[in-house]
Design a protein around this ligand. Structure first.
Ligand SMILES: Nc1ncnc2c1ncn2[C@@H]1O[C@H](COP(=O)(O)OP(=O)(O)OP(=O)(O)O)[C@@H](O)[C@H]1O
Ligand SMILES: [Mg+2]
Length: 255
């Protein structure tokens, strides 16, 4: 059963009168009136206009919409890789605008995992080293790093390529390594930009199965996808058009 709901800014305050609640669940990500304007050669691009979005802990949200409508920009703001031009963003109850650089970096390293649209693997590091890098930043000890890297490479069926460089892999294989890198750190929030975009249906299913498993274990996922087969894994689908949320659809019953 699919129900279409319109965005409502009404929220209820939690018992401590600070945390906004949706259906009794604390919101993990909360965007209010977010606008992003890019300025290049005197051209203004309004990539996002007045975005209101709340994501609760444990949600699996899909973001869909045509090329250029602002999906990657939205993920970059959610993951603290970019800042909005206007609007407020609260992450886990913290006002993001008030965080200093160190706190932003700590959240990016420890709480958020990214799967980028363009992989962003480091060309002169091996598959193993690419997946290991975020764990080094987080101060994970070498023995634990090794076992986590090997476990996640195993999960994406890439352990046999651990010594290869990204340039020696196919697009789909690079994508699977990028997925392993995001998962190795066991993030609370996973932001995935077209994680199945370069994969055939078999490999796409492997990645989606991993994301579903992670979500069942409690990871909150925001995933950009064009593929209708995969939006079905999400409980909620947000449609973007020209930088605005134009539709929101919820699958099944609310928890
Ligand atoms: N750094 C930037 N500087 C200038 N304009 C930008 C920048 N990043 C994105 N844009 C513009 O903002 C708009 C939204 O871009 P974005 O990458 O968010 O789209 P998208 O929905 O992810 O598209 P796609 O499906 O093709 O990946 C586009 O018009 C793009 O050209
Ligand atoms: Mg994009």
């Amino acid at each position: 059963m699919i129900a279409t709901t319109s965005w409502s800014t009404e929220t209820h305050l939690g018992s401590d009168n600070r945390e906004p609640m949706i259906n009794g669940t604390a919101s993990l990500l909360r965007l209010e009136g977010i606008t992003k304007v890019f300025l290049t050669d005197e051209i203004e691009t309004h990539a996002l206009s007045g975005i209101h979005l709340e994501v609760t802990k444990g949600e699996f949200l899909a973001i869909s919409g045509p090329s250029g409508c602002g999906k990657s920009t939205l993920l970059a703001i959610l993951g603290l890789l970019d800042s909005p031009t206007e609007g407020r963003y609260r992450l886990n109850g913290r006002e993001v605008a008030n965080l200093d650089l160190e706190e932003r970096a700590r959240i990016r390293n420890r709480e958020v995992g990214f799967i980028f649209q363009s992989f962003n693997l480091i060309g002169d590091l091996s598959v193993f080293e690419n997946v290991e890098l975020p764990l080094i930043y987080r101060g994970v000890k070498p023995a634990e790093r090794k076992s986590r890297v090997m476990d996640t490479l195993e999960e994406v069926q890439m352990s046999h390529r651990k010594k290869h460089l990204p340039s020696q892999l196919s697009g789909g294989q690079q994508q699977r390594v990028a997925v392993a890198r995001a998962l190795a750190g066991d993030p609370e929030i996973l932001l995935a930009d077209e994680p199945t975009g370069n994969l055939d249906s078999k490999n796409g299913e492997i990645v989606m199965e991993l994301l579903r498993k992670l979500n069942e274990e409690g990871t909150t996922i925001c995933m950009v996808t064009h593929d209708e087969r995969y939006t079905r894994s999400a409980r909620r689908i947000v449609q973007l058009f020209d930088g605005k949320i134009v539709d929101e659809t919820t699958h099944g019953e609310t928890p």
